[in-house]
Design a protein. Structure first.
Length: 308
């Protein structure tokens, strides 16, 4: 367990440092340059920028957690709870934004439905942030200062089993719901693309595959650890609980890696995606249009006249 704890700390440090160096300039570039999103729909633009804002907030909290893991938490209990709430607020907001992006692409391409205007997009984002804030409050409440080996850490406190189980189940529900919706939306989109012959070598196919695969691979292990944590807390299995506490460092950092990849997967590839989906929309409309009725040629009355 001691070796795992040290290895988890080292991995967490280098992973978070790399994710900060990758995610901070990447999301800043999205907000300033707005690459390839000017031609998108109002809802797509709002979701892209909102994803960059939420990911940037998440990345900005990383230096605090790096310092906490390797040194000691010196900012007090209130800052511990507030920064934890901010971290999970940004994570939940990022997950919900990615989910809405997949649903929007599914509705536009597969179902041929129109998207919201600027006013509707703003109202949707307000609801998204409110839902993310409400979901992050239990995480902030359950986070407390704990002393281990003479050092103070801001970690998930196990003083109340009910709160811990609520927090873990909430993360599991949101995580698997996001994975399911995203997989369903992009698999449906992929099937739609495969039916169009001219999309055989389109970059959109690779983009759809990369988004789905990366999200599943980088998020699924963390939620498995959460399921094991719920089992350990409920059944009071100390060995499994200690393993889960140390493993959360590793798999939590892997989840942050997915957030660092978002600018590359979404904003900088959005132009290629929407160019291809625009072609797909035209193809779908043309294929759904009924063929013109065959008109039989009418013989001239002059040619059929018996007097001729």
């Amino acid at each position: 367990v001691i070796f795992l704890k040290k290895a988890a700390k080292v991995f967490f440090f280098w992973a978070c440092l790399y994710f900060f160096l990758l995610g901070f300039p990447g999301n800043i570039a999205v907000l300033i340059l707005k690459p390839n999103i000017q031609t998108l729909s109002p809802l797509s633009q709002s979701l892209m920028l909102n994803l960059a804002v939420s990911d940037l907030l998440c990345v900005l909290t990383l230096p605090f957690w790096i310092y906490d893991v390797f040194y000691s938490w010196t900012l007090g209990d209130v800052a511990c709870k507030l920064l934890t709430c901010l971290l999970f607020l940004s994570i939940f907001c990022s997950l919900l934004t990615v989910t809405l992006l997949s649903v929007q692409r599914y509705l536009v391409v597969v179902k041929q439905q129109h998207t919201l205007n600027h006013f509707g997009a703003k109202r949707l984002l307000v609801l998204l942030w409110i839902a993310s804030l409400v979901a992050s409050i239990p995480n902030g409440i359950s986070q407390n200062l704990t002393k281990e080996e003479g050092m103070t850490y801001c970690i998930l406190q196990l003083s109340s089993e009910v709160i811990v189980i609520i927090v873990l189940i909430e993360e599991i529900i949101v995580g698997f719901m996001t994975i399911f919706i995203l997989a369903f939306s992009y698999i449906s989109l992929y099937k739609k693309l495969k039916r169009a012959a001219f999309f055989h070598n389109c970059q959109t196919t690779r983009l759809v595959s990369s988004i789905t695969a990366s999200f599943f691979v980088l998020n699924f292990p963390y939620h498995i650890i959460n399921i094991l944590s719920v089992t350990a807390v409920s059944l009071h299995i100390k060995g499994l609980l200690e393993f889960c506490k140390k493993s959360r460092y590793i798999f939590g950092a892997i989840v942050l890696f997915n957030i660092s990849l978002n600018p590359l997967l979404y904003a900088f590839n959005s132009c290629n995606f929407w160019k291809c989906t625009e072609k797909l929309n035209c193809w779908a409309r043309n294929s759904a249009r009924p063929p013109p009725l065959a008109v039989k040629p009418v013989r001239s009355l002059q040619s059929t006249s018996p007097l001729r």
